[in-house]
Write a protein that binds this ligand. Structure first.
Ligand code: ADP
Ligand code: MG
Length: 249
């Protein structure tokens, strides 16, 4: 089996196409993500970045092409799909915490309800994750009692509680007040340095420069350009990438 080989990519998209009705939002996307790699996806609004992320854990079905995760083609439904979802953590712009549950309960929910793990074991793991993201003191509070940055760190802890093989971040700091962006990026940088495989859609070019192994520039549903961050930012090859960078930097 391919999954025995440690250098096998964790995520492989081949010839992926996605339409919303008449709108062609992913155009023949080919992308291979190595284990432990941090890929930052940038590009204009509407270029298909969120759809790409959502396709990777099959929140969006694709129309053709293939996505392979950890040696297995993405399952269509049922238990295998649930397992895939639990192996790919996702953090969105909006934190999506359950308002009527405490932070600790939010973090414990997936492992206990979906994975049927023992709650003692999960509680310990959840507390250590909350500690790691710097909000152990907020464990018994409800989401509304936390700042946006704390809520987003709780959302990251919740995703990590499932012990995912990869983490997808879709503009995780875009909804935050500026003073809270750093604390969330710090947690993400820590994860990256510990070897987590990450796909990060972000406009935070500082994060891309420092934490990414590769920057992928998307425009109009296509992967237009990719390079290591140093090369990409110093020397974007395409006019579209140059134009995009001139607007955001
Ligand atoms: P990005 O994240 O880069 O801003 P998206 O992946 O969200 O881009 O969207 C790509 C395109 O697909 C946009 O034109 C958007 O309006 C469209 N789109 C996204 N989701 C849907 C949907 N559920 N139904 C119809 N069109 C959609
Ligand atoms: Mg988006």
């Amino acid at each position: 089996m391919g999954r025995m080989m440690t250098n096998e990519p964790l995520i492989v998209l081949s010839g992926v196409n996605k339409w919303f009705g008449e709108l062609h939002v992913l155009k023949d996307v080919n992308l291979s993500i190595a284990r432990g790699e941090v890929v930052v996806v940038i590009g204009p609004s509407g270029s298909g970045k969120s759809t790409l992320c959502r396709a990777i854990n099959r929140l969006e079905p694709i129309n053709n092409g293939e996505i392979v995760f950890d040696g297995t083609r993405l399952p269509e439904e049922g238990r295998p799909l649930a397992r895939l979802r639990s192996e790919v953590g996702m953090v969105f712009q909006s934190f999506n915490l359950f308002a009527h549950k405490t932070i600790l309960e939010n973090v414990m929910l997936g492992p206990v309800k979906v994975r049927k793990e023992k709650s003692d074991v999960v509680r310990q793991r959840a507390m250590s994750l909350l500690d790691r993201v710097g909000i152990a003191a907020q464990a018994q509070k409800y989401p509304a009692q936390l700042s946006g940055g704390q809520q987003q760190r709780a959302a990251i802890a919740r995703a990590l509680a499932m012990q995912p093989k990869a983490m997808l971040f879709d503009e995780p700091t875009s909804a935050l007040d500026p003073e809270m962006v750093g604390e969330v990026l710090d947690v993400m940088t820590g994860l990256a340095s510990e070897g987590m495989t990450m796909v990060v859609v972000t406009h935070e070019m500082g994060f891309a420069r420092h934490a990414a192994n590769r920057v992928v520039f998307m425009a109009d549903g296509q992967l237009v350009e990719e390079a290591d961050p140093k090369t990409f930012f110093a020397n974007p090859r395409t006019d579209r990438a140059k134009d995009f960078l001139s607007k955001i930097l």
